[in-house]
Design a protein around this ligand. Structure first.
Ligand code: NAD
Ligand code: MG
Length: 391
């Protein structure tokens, strides 16, 4: 029996993970669930899945949880904030941590899980973007097991021998749907609304990653994620636009063979793979219906239309500090866009300004995880200042 802690349980990845776990009660038990804003949903999930621990953001949320909890049912232990998440990541009773908090807010607890040598199912790509080498070094030193949930990385993991990159691999090819704005007139991009940007053609996901998919920064973050996860040089990672999201990514070998993983765009498939690894387990998804698949299309990415993708490649080539700034400024800009405070096209402009201006002033290497947290916080506050001054 694997005891699982799900951080970010009330989100889209949390939903899919709980759906798979629920169907395998003989294999998995829910040890802990965390939520940030949806405390009522956390309560409903807790009544179904019976975690021993729940983690809420603050004392007010704890009070709400206690008030709503039915008196006839025994209440889970309540832990609070980032401390509570990190303590749960280190908790000897938790075997597996599903890191599905969105943004760098998910980094401390994912890092704590790595330090504690846990089996980590990583959805939170921002952790690897901000702290790639430190995170991977911590995984290695503590014998943690890192399994990717991001569908592209999960596909690559499935196509590599034992999930490991080696000298027989020529390149990794990450596929991208191109998001909702792949074909619209670029002149119209400045007028798109958050609702339009959140309407992903193939996947149903949280709002932040949906906007990242619309700017294609998501693919840039995934290139950085792949670089660290598989320990491969950025020059060996390519992006290919594939609007159907049927091929989830490919590995090209030196003999010219291409291995790919295909399937419906349903996160329960990569989640089942990682949960069951090295076994295959039922994901409870529909079988692939070839009669509905008319064509598989491919295009090269359009860096003019999607400047964020270029900015991510530039940051990766430049430095770890630039990756932290890229990620932090994007999180702030996406939040402003979702609140209708800036235009869609301002997201790329903001990131570029932060990389050109602020990132150049960063001194010293990021040798410790606290350096990453500090730089992330500084980059966030500079981005807010920049946006408040100009909008
Ligand atoms: P979501 O917005 O649906 O859920 C986010 C979760 O994080 C929620 O449970 C929320 O309570 C929690 N959270 C938000 N802010 C927090 C904070 N400051 N502190 C603690 N918890 C906080 O997001 P999602 O779509 O489930 O994505 C989660 C992560 O998985 C992201 O990093 C995303 O890039 C990655 N991912 C998602 C998908 C997908 O299909 N949804 C695919 C690949 C990767
Ligand atoms: Mg992905």
């Amino acid at each position: 029996m694997q005891n699982i802690a799900i951080f970010g349980a009330t989100g889209s990845i949390g939903d899919s993970t709980l759906d798979v776990i629920h169907k395998h009660a003989d294999r998995f038990s829910v040890y802990a669930l965390s939520a940030h804003s949806r405390i009522r949903k956390l309560l409903e999930l807790s009544l179904v899945h019976h975690p021993k621990v729940v983690i809420v953001p603050d004392v007010a949320a704890e009070k709400t949880f206690r008030q709503l909890w039915p008196s006839e049912v025994s209440m889970p232990e309540i832990r609070i904030g980032s401390e509570g998440l990190c303590a749960t990541a280190r908790d000897p009773e938790a075997d597996t941590v599903v890191a599905a908090i969105v943004g760098t807010a998910g980094l401390p607890s994912a890092f704590a899980a790595a330090q504690a040598g846990k089996r980590i199912l990583l959805a939170n790509k921002e952790a690897l973007v901000a702290a790639g080498s430190l995170f991977m070094e911590t995984v290695r030193k503590n014998n943690a097991t890192l399994l990717p949930l991001d569908s592209e990385h999960n596909a690559i993991f499935q196509c590599l021998p034992n999930g490991k990159y080696n000298a027989q691999v020529k390149r990794l090819i990450l596929t991208a749907s191109g998001g909702p704005f792949r074909n619209i007139d670029p002149a119209g991009l400045s007028a798109v609304t958050p609702e339009q940007a959140c309407k992903h053609p193939n996947w149903s996901m949280g709002r932040k990653i949906s906007i990242d998919s619309a700017t294609m920064l998501n693919k840039g973050l995934e290139v950085i994620e792949a670089k660290w996860m598989f320990d491969v040089d950025a020059s060996r990672i390519d992006v290919l636009v594939h609007p159907e999201s049927t091929i989830h990514s490919l590995v090209e070998y030196i003999d010219g063979s291409l291995l790919a993983q295909l399937g419906n765009p349903d996160m329960r498939i990569p989640i089942s793979y990682a949960l069951g690894y090295p076994d295959r387990i039922e994901s409870n998804t529909e079988s692939f219906d070839f009669s509905r698949l008319l064509q598989l299309n491919f295009e090269l990415p359009d860096y003019q239309r999607f400047p964020c993708l270029r900015l991510a490649f530039d940051a990766l080539k430049s430095s770890q500090a630039d990756c932290v700034v890229l990620n932090a400024s994007n999180e702030v800009a996406v939040d402003y866009f979702l609140k209708n405070k800036i235009k869609f096209t301002d997201i790329a402009v903001t990131i570029e300004k932060m990389l050109d201006g602020f990132a150049g002033t960063v001194k010293g290497a990021l040798c410790h995880i606290d350096d990453v947290f500090e730089l992330d916080a500084m980059a966030r506050s500079h981005t807010s200042e920049l946006l408040n001054a100009t909008h």
